[in-house]
Design a binder for this molecule. Structure first.
Ligand SMILES: N[C@@H](CCC(=O)N[C@@H](CS)C(=O)NCC(=O)O)C(=O)O
Length: 216
């Protein structure tokens, strides 16, 4: 049995879990919390800095959510759809995965981290810099969506997009005029694999450092 270490409220854990749920590949979820220190120890030993998620598949320890999804696509017949078999078709999926991690997930995480560092008084310089990134990424994605033709309803790209847009919109709402992006975010959240992650994370919303909005 494959084992996935992570937390239900963690955006990068969602990214991996969406791939599992969409493909139906069975796995044991090993939660990282104070009640399960053994799970934390496994992650601490297997990864450079203790970041999660971590996948343990027999002797293989795979970290970095993108690599976990690539591992599933390569090793599990039911998960092949996560990446197009044709490498030329897979390249833009991988490129957009980087776009979501670097220009949506990263600024979102930095904004959250600023709230954790200084509750109630997050560093305005960090907030400003990260909002600048999202101010560029959101309109770019809105334009990109006009011509995006998904090779499958859930690929590596959607696994990256759903959690990053979910939480980014919480910390810095997507502007009303970016219709394509706002609608696509809603469509992603309605995918069964994503909706399951949203529901499993619901009990932890009150922990969201900047404060979770009353929606989604
Ligand atoms: N590049 C990593 C990032 C993972 C990451 O940032 N995980 C967060 C949870 S969403 C984490 O481990 N936070 C705890 C920490 O930084 O110690 C990936 O793609 O998996």
């Amino acid at each position: 049995m494959l084992a996935l270490y992570g937390h239900p409220f963690s955006s990068y854990t969602w990214k991996a879990k969406i791939a599992f749920y969409a493909s139906g590949v069975p796995f044991a979820f090993r939660i990282l919390d104070p009640e399960h220190p053994d799970n934390g120890a496994v992650v601490g030993e297997a990864t450079p800095t203790g970041k999660f998620p971590l996948l343990v598949d027999g002797d293989a320890q795979v970290f970095e959510a993108t690599s976990i999804i690539e591992h599933l696509a390569l090793t599990q017949p039911d998960a092949r759809f996560l990446l197009p078999a044709n490498q030329l078709a897979a390249a833009p999926v991988r490129m957009l995965d980087r776009v979501f991690d670097n220009y949506v997930m990263h600024p979102m995480q930095e904004i959250v981290a600023a709230h954790i560092r200084s509750p109630g008084a997050p560093d305005p310089v960090t907030l400003g810099r990260m909002r600048d990134v999202l101010d560029k990424a959101y309109p770019w994605l809105d334009r990109w969506l006009e011509t995006y033709d998904p090779p499958h309803p859930v690929t590596l790209l959607e696994c990256a997009a759903a959690p990053s847009l979910f939480y980014a919109d919480w910390v810095y709402p997507i502007p009303m005029q970016l219709d394509w992006l706002r609608q696509w975010r809603a469509q992603l959240l309605a995918l069964p694999a994503v909706a399951r992650c949203v529901d499993e994370a619901r009990p932890y919303r009150h922990f969201f450092p900047p404060g979770a909005p009353d929606r989604d």
